[in-house]
Design a protein around this ligand. Structure first.
Ligand code: PLP
Length: 352
């Protein structure tokens, strides 16, 4: 099947095969990767290699720390204000939809929050273009909006630290890390499997953490212990290593270009279709998550069943927005997008 899930998402076949071949006996150790102690040399090598590949692919400057945490991107919604909103106790948000609101709701439990720009009036079909002013402890943005299918294409310039949720687009395009102060992402879309969350944080921010905060919740704990303070999500980190090796092998530029072409061909089809359409402002369209609908809920349902009969799975839109959504993460082959377009065409021509 071709799997269009928004997450956990499709993994590259060579990655799964490599994981399978190493599952029972990792590099002649007689142990499964799942059984390796996180204090063993073998695992230390895995985590070091994962960080080094990430640094290479994303060109992460030396004064940023790379952390591999648990708790999903959702735990970051709390860890960020707990660690960083300690001076003015205020965080600004650009409201671009569901995930930015969730991030804000969690922060509200600890500190004051404020929306400095929002695309709510446009039903989140675009990214706000307002000039942003902030004097909060940091400004939070959701770079790629998984549900709404929008993405930032330029980095807001502000005088305060910029924190960005890259959960659904990390490594799908180059990022200038130096324009951000914190970048975070759950692994289960473009990086590997659920269980690991990547945090890239500028070193000087580690000093903001207050004394009264439990060890796991502190970025400085994880930085000091190189993400080995407690048992990290070992298998998920290992899978990320395999995914990064795969990206490097393919060539990051090749993957970026393929993502661009695949999204462009699906949008081109949707834009000329008289049955299906995508609601997002053209300049803000995501290359990773592409929502689309017919004009009737019943037809949407029929299409989903038709698609499933043709081995195209997990195309149902998020329950809060309905319709369909095709997620085209790095591991989606062009053949999958071509198959989707062919099935959309057949349905539009009346096949059921
Ligand atoms: N942020 C974005 C943009 C997401 O797409 C998701 C999950 O889909 C999350 C945060 C939440 O991630 P997690 O389930 O890892 O907590």
């Amino acid at each position: 099947v071709f799997n269009f899930s928004a997450g956990p998402a499709v993994l590259p076949v060579p990655v799964l095969l490599k994981a399978q071949s190493e599952l029972l006996n990792y590099q002649g150790s007689g142990q499964s990767v799942l059984e390796l102690s996180h204090r063993s040399g073998l695992f230390e090598h895995i985590i070091e290699e994962t960080e080094s590949l990430l640094r290479e692919l994303l060109q992460i400057p030396d004064h940023y720390r790379v952390l591999f945490l648990q708790g999903g991107a959702t735990l970051q919604f709390s860890m960020l204000p707990l660690n960083l909103a300690t001076v003015r106790q205020r965080v600004d948000f650009i409201d671009t939809g569901s995930w930015s609101q969730k991030a804000m709701q969690d922060a509200e439990a600890f500190i004051q929050t404020n929306i400095v720009a929002s695309s709510k009036a446009d039903r989140y079909r675009s990214i706000p273009t307002d000039t942003i002013r902030s004097d909060a402890d940091y400004l939070h943005i959701t770079w790629n909006n998984t549900l709404e299918g929008t993405t930032f294409t330029s980095v807001p310039t502000v005088d305060v630290p910029l924190v960005a949720d890259f959960s659904s687009s990390i490594l799908s395009e180059p990022i200038d890390v130096s324009q951000f102060d914190v970048i975070y992402a759950g692994a289960q879309k473009n990086l590997g499997s659920a269980g690991m969350t990547l945090v890239i944080i500028k070193e000087d921010l580690l000093q903001r953490t207050p004394d009264r905060l439990g060890s796991y919740l502190r970025y400085d704990t994880h930085a000091t212990h190189h993400s080995l303070y407690n048992t990290p999500p070992t298998y998920s980190i290992y899978l990320t290593k395999l995914v990064l090796e795969w990206i490097k092998e393919q060539g990051f530029d090749t993957i970026v270009e393929r993502n661009r072409k695949q999204a462009a061909s699906l949008y081109a089809y949707l834009d000329q279709s008289t049955l299906f359409s995508n609601p997002v402002a053209i300049q803000d369209r995501s290359r990773m998550n592409i929502p689309f609908t017919t004009s009737e809920t019943e037809l949407d349902e029929q299409f989903l069943q038709f698609a499933e009969r043709h081995q195209l799975v997990n195309l149902k839109g998020h329950r809060s927005v309905g319709g369909m959504r095709a997620s085209l993460y790095n591991a989606m082959p062009t053949a999958g997008v071509d198959a989707l377009i062919a099935v959309l065409e057949r349905f539009e021509q009346g096949e059921r």
